[in-house]
Write a protein that binds this ligand. Structure first.
Ligand SMILES: *Cc1c(COP(=O)(O)O)cnc(C)c1O
Length: 463
């Protein structure tokens, strides 16, 4: 922020205490958690940067609207309020709520898989999206630009599709075998990296040329619009809502984990531009999986909070501060020589642990090693986004190797202050100084799907 005085654009009305532990306690707690930070109790974490999903703080307006919610099973007034807001932002004709992003995925994706041997192509599939693609009997192909994996390279839109490759994949697999193209904005798995409007226009042209459905996986569409406004020519005087609307105009379907830019603790969105047939199918399937189409797994309270949260997330003051917090932490690490994905993305700082611990092989999970060391150092919880998350090839069961072994330090919305981020930065720099001592991990139990959540590990003995 180019301002002389920088602070959070809000003050604190309600507080939640957090607790410190000793290093000895943390060593024991981590061991008991099977060296998987997902298995730690949140009470034992001092600053929790596991995810920005559903972990943000709600506003006084959101809490106030929750008191006015209509909890009717069918036709709730809170549903119609949310319906109005989603249609206002997207310009789409149809809306169905879902309990979270994966709730939307499990309803929408199978409808597009009409036969065996189909593919989805995304810049990078988010992990649950990939899982639902595979559960629907299709395969997921990632198609992001090469620059994405050159972490020091300054590129304004590292989340962009590789357009040439996209075209080639469609020709190679056959357009009739492509179930959909999924634009993930921002590109979560690559460092919260944005996709340019220009790139999305080109993706749309390709989808039109081959008659392929275009989906937006838009958990962080407002952050993506912020980057377009900041970095892309011709957008600086447009509002976030204008840019968001232009983005939605390009696609056919919008799936959203509202736990991100919806500023709520739980919620998801399915919006469909004009395909009535698809809408009716989704309406049918939502009932057994999520709930009646006017609540889709959400309470009236949740829908009230989301209707308000969606609008707050479009506010430039909020977005400017949010992105500034991420940059604050990222710049601190970069100045200390810690290798991070640069430019710093929208919701997290992504630390390149393959560079920090090149002595740990990919299948001993260098980013898990750094994440665990950071917890022991200061009670800070990050998350592995590397080969552990990527998992095994669904057909050959080979342990896949991620192009980058990231640890993600994810900043929840409106939750922590700059001082909390100082703790994180200082602790990470300490871990970096002692990087030669990091050791790898091997499975003591490997769960068969989305293995990073529930597997347990043991440290590999130095040989
Ligand atoms: C979080 C996320 C999802 C899944 O949403 P959940 O609410 O966690 O189920 C899907 N896609 C992207 C890009 C996400 O960031």
């Amino acid at each position: 922020m180019n301002k002389k005085y920088v602070a959070e654009p809000y003050r604190i009305k309600m507080v939640e205490p957090i607790f410190e532990t000793t290093r000895e306690q943390r060593i024991e707690l981590l061991k008991n958690a099977g060296y998987n930070p997902f298995s730690l109790r949140s009470e034992d974490v001092y600053v929790d940067l596991l995810t920005d999903s559903g972990t943000g703080a709600m506003s006084q307006e959101q809490w106030a609207h929750m008191m006015t919610a209509d909890e009717a099973y069918a036709g709730s007034k809170s549903f119609y309020k949310l319906d109005g807001v989603v249609k206002h932002i997207t310009g789409y004709k149809y809306f169905i709520p879902a309990h979270q992003g994966r709730g939307a995925e499990q309803i929408v994706l199978p409808q597009l898989v009409t036969k065996k041997g189909m593919y989805f192509i995304s810049n990078i599939h988010f992990d649950t999206t990939r899982a639902h693609v595979e559960l629907a009997g299709a395969r997921a192909i990632d198609c992001v630009i090469e620059e994405c994996f050159q972490i020091d390279l300054d590129h304004p839109f590292k989340g962009n599709f590789d357009l040439k490759k996209l075209d080639e994949i469609i020709i190679e697999k056959g357009k009739e075998n492509i179930a959909g193209i999924i634009m993930t904005i921002t590109n979560n798995s690559a460092g919260g990296q944005p996709v340019s409007f220009e790139n999305m226009v080109e993706v749309q042209k390709i989808s039109k040329k081959y008659g392929i459905t275009l989906l937006i996986d838009g958990a962080r569409y407002a952050e993506n619009a912020f980057f377009i406004k900041e970095r892309e020519k011709g957008f600086s005087d447009k509002s976030i809502l204008d840019i968001a609307r232009m983005t939605f105009d390009l696609a056919d379907i919008f799936m959203m984990s509202a736990k991100k830019d919806g500023l709520v603790n739980m919620g998801g969105i399915i919006a469909i531009k004009d395909n009535e047939h698809l809408f009716k199918l989704c309406q049918t399937y939502i009932v057994p999986y999520e709930g009646f189409p006017t609540y889709g797994g959400l309470s009236g309270r949740d829908m009230e909070a989301l209707a308000q949260g969606l609008m707050e997330a479009l506010d430039m003051r909020f977005l400017t501060h949010r992105i500034d917090q991420i940059r604050y932490l990222g710049d601190m690490l970069k100045e200390a020589g810690v290798p991070i994905q640069y430019p710093i993305g929208g919701h997290a700082v992504f630390v390149d642990c393959g560079k920090i611990a090149p002595h740990i092989p990919y299948d001993q999970y260098p980013a898990l090693s750094v994440t665990n060391a950071l917890y022991i150092e200061a009670g800070v919880r990050g998350v592995e986004i590397g080969s552990l998350l990527l998992g095994r090839d669904p057909d050959t069961h080979v342990n896949l190797k991620s192009p980058i072994e990231f640890m993600r330090l994810t900043i929840p919305r409106r939750l922590y202050t700059y001082q909390h981020l100082d703790v994180v930065g200082k602790a990470m720099i300490e871990v970096f100084k002692h990087r030669d001592q990091l050791t790898g991990y091997e499975f003591s139990y490997e769960s068969p799907m989305l293995r990073h959540f529930t597997s347990t590990f043991k440290p590999v003995k130095k040989g």
